[in-house]
Every structure is written in C-alpha cells, then in structure tokens.
Write a new protein. Structure first.
Lengths: 328, 321
C-alpha cells in the first residue's frame, strides 16, 4: 500500500493561473466575511449548499470517468435512497443508524443499476446511453411517487435547529453539519482511490480497461464498484439535501442541474475540480441572490444554466480539465 | 422502391380517412386524447429531425414547447390574436429561439449537448415565475377564447399532416442527405463540403419550430391555459422517450411513439397493479429501457426487421439499405 502511495503524485490538473484565481477568490471571500456579517453568513450557507452540489457532482464525475456516461438518473437515485432512509426511520431506526444502512443499500443499488441497465449498452452510442439513464430517471420517479406519494414528507432534523453565534454572525448548526458530512465523505473517497489497492485497480479499470484486464484487474467489477460508490455519494447528497428541501420526488432535480454545472465547471473529468466547482457555485449563487436585486430565487436555475453554457463556450475543459485531442 | 412508396401512400390515405372520420364517433374527451396524440406526433417529429437525422441530442424540447405555448397564450390574451394565426407565429418564434440555442450548440457535442439542453429544460419553466406580472406566474395565462376539443382535434391533425409533408420533403432531398451525413460522421460530412454550422443550426431551428407548434396546440388542448408546471422536465423526457420508442431516424415510426406517449396514461391508469396515474411513469421508464436494451432502433426498426425477414423468406433479393 505504501508503494502505491509513493508512486502517485497528487495532481489536480489545474494550471497556475487557475490556482491563482481560486486563491484570489478565497482571499476575497475571507475579506468580505470579515467586513460584513451578512456576507459571512451567506458564504457559509453557500459553502454548505455547495458541498451538496459537490458530492453529487463528484458522483457524476466518478461515473463519467469510469464508464463515459452522464448519469441523468443520479439525482433520482439519490432521491430514492433518501426515501429509503425515511422508510427506515419510520420503522423505528434512529437517524444516525439509518444513515450508514442507507449508504450500504445505495451501494448495492448502484451496482445493480450498472449491471442490469448500463453494462449491456455500454458500447453503444452516447444517445442510447443518455436515453437509458433518462428512462431510469422517469422509472425511479414513478416508483417513488407510486410507493410514497408526491406530497411533502419530513424526517427528523439530523443536526438539530441550533444556531451558533460568532460575533454578529449566526451560523446554523445544520449548515456546519452538512458541510462536515460531505467533506468527510469526499475525503474518505479520495483516500480510497489514492491509497488502497482497490482504488488503484478502479483507476486502472477506468483509464486503460484493456491493459488493466491483462494485469488481472476485473474491469467489470471495478466499474460496478465505481457505480456503487457514486450511488453512495449521491445518497449522502440526498440525505444532506433533505433538511432544507424536505422529502418530495422532485427534490433532487434542481440539485442535479447545479451539480451538472459544478461538474462542468471543474472539467467533468476532474474529481478535485468538481468539488471546487460545487463549492464555488454554491457560494456564487448565494452571494448573487443576496447582492444582485433582480436575481430572485426563481432565477437560480436559469443562472446555473448560464454558468454552464458560459463555461462550456469559453473554457470547454473547465477549470481543472486537460485539453483533449480527438483522433478521427 | 415504387412498391414501397405505393404501400406508404396507401397507409397515409387510410390514416387520413380514419383521422377525418374519427371525430364523428368520439366523445369530446376522446377527441382531446386523439388531439394529444397529434401534438406529441408533431413534437416527436421535430425531435427526430434533430436527434434521429442529424445526430444532435436534445433533452430540452419541452423548453421550446413552452416558448411556443407562451407565444400563443400571450398573443391571444393581450392582443386577442386569432388562435390559428398564433400557430405560424410560434413556429417562427421557436425557430429563432432554436437557432439561438443551435449556435452555441455548435461547439458542443455528445454528453455536453445533452447537459446543456437538459439545463435548458429545467430552467425555462422558471422564467414565467420570475416575470409573473405578464405571464400569470404559477397560475398560468389563459387564451382570450377557449376552443372546443373538436376544433383543436381538427387543427392539430391538420398541422400534423402539413408538418409531416414538410419534414418528408425536407429530409428526402439535399438537406436531409446533409443531415444524415452529419449524423454518420461530422468529419466525413465536412470533407464532402457539407457546411456543419449552417446545417446543424438549421436542424436545431426546424426542430425547435416543430416543438413550438406542438407547444401552442398543447396550450389549446389544456383549455387554453399556459402553465409553467405543464412544461416541466417530464414533458421533455417524455418526448425523448417517444422518439426512442418510435425509432430514431424514422419519420414513419414517429406515429407509434406519439400513440405510445399519448395513450399510455389512459391505459396505465386502468392497470390493476399500479393503479392511479403514477403508474404511467413506471411503465414509461420500463418500456423505454426495455426498448433500448432489446430494440435499438425502436418499433420502426422492429417492423423493418420483420419486413426484411419476411422478404428473404419468400426468396426475393435482400433490400439494400
């Protein structure tokens, strides 16, 4: 294991100007937060929402790197697993026991979906794959509405409703909790990929499937595990969305769009980029909502759309992506 | 070839006669359903021109339907425009909007285009909420006059026939060949002198214009109400599913896709197990996944396979594609 760690260099793929830009933004946020209480409050709330976008975006990136599929059903899978957690709490399991149980179930769900729906069509056209995930989207939507109904459901608040005060700034304990849980899960995942043999095999299977198979990596299983891990991250995103959006079948649709924008902002191939992209988008949306008069809450989704479009037009490889040369 | 054409003409004639006779035997409710089939037919046809013939994916055609629908509602509500006149107007407005999306889409392909159009489908229904002073917000906007179901039925099938002929003429000639060459290989198309920017943007425009007309009719069949909820993501997904089930790249298969998504809600609501109208999404999802797994070319592909098996069984020379 140590051998593996020694050989791998931590590389985000970001160029120097991009890193300087990110540092400048961080400095701007810190100065702003020190000067204005409202600014600080919005930044923390934005980071907490951004962390949720980041974990779903990371799930999308994992799957995209492993199987070159954009999983349009990622948000709905997260929604389904959140309902499973809800069902567990209804049966009397306490929230923090239901949480890991849900993650296990979603891991199995991810593997199942890969094996049954994606693997058979994996080598077909992009359009076919997109349509399959769209079909999954609508299928999961239908199943959840059929089983649990379309009305709002409420779970116990995982972090309570306390508010901390630091100076004149009020931090909701919930925001801090959401931020902490998502950061811990992202770091654990990064560790898995960077420092374990399983992670190495998964990276090999994603990067060079044929070569990996030759040295004894079971590529199909590795890709399936990748889908499972993505589903786990999605479940974290779903459970962390629930405290603010409550349970309803449409709860993850907006989050999915923000995560798309975050993933593209990060370059769609870069895990680190998707996390930075998610946090940046969360803070950006909150600050724009606070300080730009006409940008009311109805415009959050269109603004995310515009961000997505501008990134793709001006910097198609995102902040952290590498330029790709396509061979004909 | 000529025999195939004759058979197709016969099918068209039979369908035309059936469609024009149907209103006499149908209740108002069933006329509404049949009108919806025509509306989905138009929308799927438009999407098929883009996805099936030009190889550009769009998950956002509900957005263009919303643009068309709101064009009709706004013109009728504020200017009391004749409803029939609003249809060519929404065709034009959606065409322009389609070009406007088609131009940035030139730089995108594959999954990136899918992402952008999905984002479009999610964000467009937010705009009427933002400018609710003019659009009525979530309550929606109602046309000045409310047409009867029979009226919508006639107009919808009339438009469907007109647009079908238009699409057929468009796709059989020079432009259709250019579209298909782009779908099969952009590089090869460009090296043969097909201008990628012109044809790809044009395909987007035409496709959006078809969706716009469908959106206008969609507003008319829902008692003249244009509401943001009606044009949500699900509508976009349903149209894409309809196109996939029908068979991408088959104009004739479109009708099967339209019948599928137009009538499935009716059938699935009387399903014994699933019950209620939530069952429809389960059935939609299952069927489209099964179709993609088992019949890559949809119902049209299935019919084509059966047809060619049948022909080879009676020892006629194999048909060239």
């Amino acid at each position: 294991m140590r051998l593996v760690a020694r050989k791998t260099r931590v590389s985000t793929g970001a160029s120097v100007p991009v890193l300087i830009g990110i540092a400048a933004v961080c400095v701007f946020l810190v100065i702003g937060s020190l000067r204005s209480d409202i600014f600080a409050q919005q930044t923390v709330a934005g980071l907490s929402q951004g962390a949720v976008f980041a974990s779903l975006a990371l799930a999308l990136v994992l799957i995209y790197r492993a199987t070159e599929v954009i999983n349009f059903a990622q948000g709905e899978m997260a929604m389904l697993t959140t309902y499973i957690a809800y069902q567990l709490t209804i049966w009397g399991v306490t929230y923090w026991v239901a949480f890991p149980l849900t993650l296990l179930i979603s891991f199995a769900l991810g593997i199942f979906i890969y094996g049954v729906f994606i693997r058979p069509v994996q080598h077909r056209s992009v359009i076919a794959l997109v349509i399959i995930t769209v079909g999954l989207f609508i299928l999961i939507d239908g199943l959840v509405t059929w089983k649990w109904g379309a009305d709002l459901k409420f779970m116990q608040a995982p972090f309570g409703n306390q508010v901390y005060h630091a100076g004149g700034v009020a931090f909701a304990r919930q925001d801090i909790g959401v931020l902490a849980v998502t950061i811990v899960s992202v770091v654990l995942l990064w560790g898995l990929f960077q420092f374990t043999k399983l992670g190495l095999a998964m990276r090999a299977a994603a990067l060079r499937p044929a070569a990996a198979a030759l040295v004894g990596v079971r590529v199909d299983w590795m890709l399936a595990v990748g889908w499972g891990l993505a589903a786990v991250l999605g479940a974290v995103a779903g459970l962390m969305t629930e405290p603010t959006q409550f349970l309803q079948p449409t709860m993850m649709q907006a989050v999915l769009l923000y995560s798309f924008a975050a993933a593209v902002l990060g370059g769609l191939e870069s895990p680190a980029g998707s996390v930075v992209g998610g946090l940046a988008l969360g803070v950006f949306l909150n600050l724009v909502g606070q300080y730009v008069g006409w940008a009311t809450s109805e415009l959050r989704l269109p603004i995310a759309f515009v961000v997505l479009l501008i990134v793709l037009l001006l910097k198609p490889n995102g902040l952290f992506g590498r330029k790709q040369v396509r061979r004909v | 070839m000529t025999r195939g054409l004759a058979v197709r003409m016969l099918i068209v004639a039979v369908v035309a006669v059936a469609v024009s006779l149907l209103p006499f035997g149908l209740s108002g409710y069933h006329q509404g359903l049949a009108a919806r089939v025509a509306i989905y037919f138009i929308a799927i046809m438009g999407l098929n021109i883009l996805v099936g013939y030009t190889g550009q994916i769009s998950i956002g055609h509900g957005a263009f339907m919303a643009i068309g629908g709101y064009t009709t509602a706004i013109m009728s509500y504020y200017h009391h425009t004749n409803l029939l006149l609003t249809l060519p107007l929404s065709f034009a407005v959606s065409f322009v909007c389609g070009l406007a999306i088609g131009i940035p889409a030139l730089r995108l392909s594959g999954v990136y285009l899918a992402l952008v159009t999905f984002a479009l489908a999610v964000s467009i229904p937010q705009l009427p909420l933002k400018w609710s002073k003019w659009t009525g917000g979530s309550n929606g906007l109602r046309t000045h006059t409310t047409p009867s179901n029979t009226w919508v039925y006639g107009v919808a099938w009339g438009c469907a026939a007109l647009l079908f002929v238009g699409a057929w003429l468009l796709l059989r000639g020079r432009i259709g060949r250019a579209f298909r060459s782009i779908r099969d290989s952009e590089v090869a198309a460009a090296s043969s002198g097909v201008s990628l920017p012109v044809y790809k943007t044009f395909a987007f425009g035409v496709s959006a214009a078809y969706a716009g007309v469908a959106g206008s009719l969609f507003v008319l069949i829902t008692n003249g109400f244009a509401q943001p909820n009606e044009f949500g993501v699900t509508l976009s997904l349903q149209i894409l599913i309809g196109a996939a089930v029908a068979g991408l790249g088959s104009l004739w298969g479109t009708i099967a896709g339209a019948v599928f998504i137009g009538l499935l809600p009716q059938i699935s609501s009387s399903f014994p197990v699933l019950g209620s109208n939530h069952g429809q999404d389960v059935v939609f999802g299952l069927i489209v996944i099964l179709v993609m797994l088992a019949l890559p070319n949809g119902i049209a592909g299935l019919l084509w396979t059966i047809d060619s098996r049948f022909k080879s069984a009676i020892k006629s020379p194999p048909r060239a594609s």
